[in-house]
Design a protein around this ligand. Structure first.
Ligand SMILES: [Zn+2]
Length: 247
């Protein structure tokens, strides 16, 4: 195995195709924190979105349950965190071995629906966001604002944007393209980070445009029935909106 194989960042297949549920990958390394692969469909916790769970399948049929996915210390490193008490199965893993990495799609799809719903909320509440958490059970967004928010009006606003079936897509934009088109930056609800050379932006056609590295559905109609469960005044300058799926 070359040093390059060990030191390159994990290939992030979920960035280009959020609907990939599995991939074949090679094990780069494993330690007490978890398993590193050369490529993966597992989204690591970040940008408020929870990390993926799922399983790694070995050639002999052994299954290793993955409880969570986190970023490692090195840039671009992704750590698949095994569920507890699997030392026998984990003992079979060797660097260089091929495995099938498969996410818990039901859980991830809820993340994608909620994540897309938080973008709809950003379009309805034109204030800066200073906190975000997206799980399979709920999503919450903290807005930096003093004005009160109306629960029913926001639920109705989300339902309207879902019913309007807006296409959702991402694209990569270079710093040079941003500089050349100031209207692009002005239309974004969040200012893009500079310096890395390119930034991934998420566009909900006619609704929202902002830099985002997370996973989303392909059309707002997929978000389905999402309701504003509660609105909390977290501080004098923070209003927290909690979303849940309607049951
Ligand atoms: Zn997003």
């Amino acid at each position: 195995m070359s040093i390059d194989f060990l030191s390159q960042p994990t290939e992030e297949l979920f960035r280009e195709d959020s609907r990939l549920t599995e991939c074949v990958a090679r094990i780069r390394a494993l330690d007490e924190r978890g398993v590193r692969l050369d490529r993966t469909v597992f989204y690591p916790q970040g940008g408020g979105q929870a990390g993926d769970a799922g399983e790694l399948l070995l050639a002999d049929g052994t299954r290793i349950a993955i409880a969570d996915t986190r970023k490692g210390e090195a840039p671009g490193e992704i750590v698949h965190v095994p569920a507890a008490e699997q030392s026998d199965a984990l003992g079979k893993l060797r660097p260089g071995d091929r495995v099938t990495a498969r996410i818990d799609w039901g859980r991830r799809y809820r993340h994608m629906r909620f994540h897309t719903a938080t973008h709809l909320l950003c379009a309805l509440v034109p204030h800066p966001v200073d906190g975000c958490s997206i799980t399979a059970a709920y999503a919450r967004l903290d807005f930096h604002m003093q004005e009160p928010l109306d629960k029913e009006a926001l639920t109705a606003g989300i339902a309207r944007l879902v019913a309007e079936s807006h296409p959702v897509r991402h694209r990569w934009i270079t710093d040079a393209e941003l500089d050349a088109d100031p209207t692009l930056v002005r239309s974004m609800s969040v200012r893009p980070p500079r310096g890395s050379g390119r930034v991934r932006v998420l566009e909900i056609e006619g609704v929202d445009l902002q830099p985002c590295g997370g996973t989303h559905v392909a059309n707002t109609s997929e978000v389905g029935m999402v309701v504003v469960k509660k609105i909390e005044k977290k501080s004098a300058m923070t209003r927290r909106v909690v979303l849940e799926f309607a049951t």
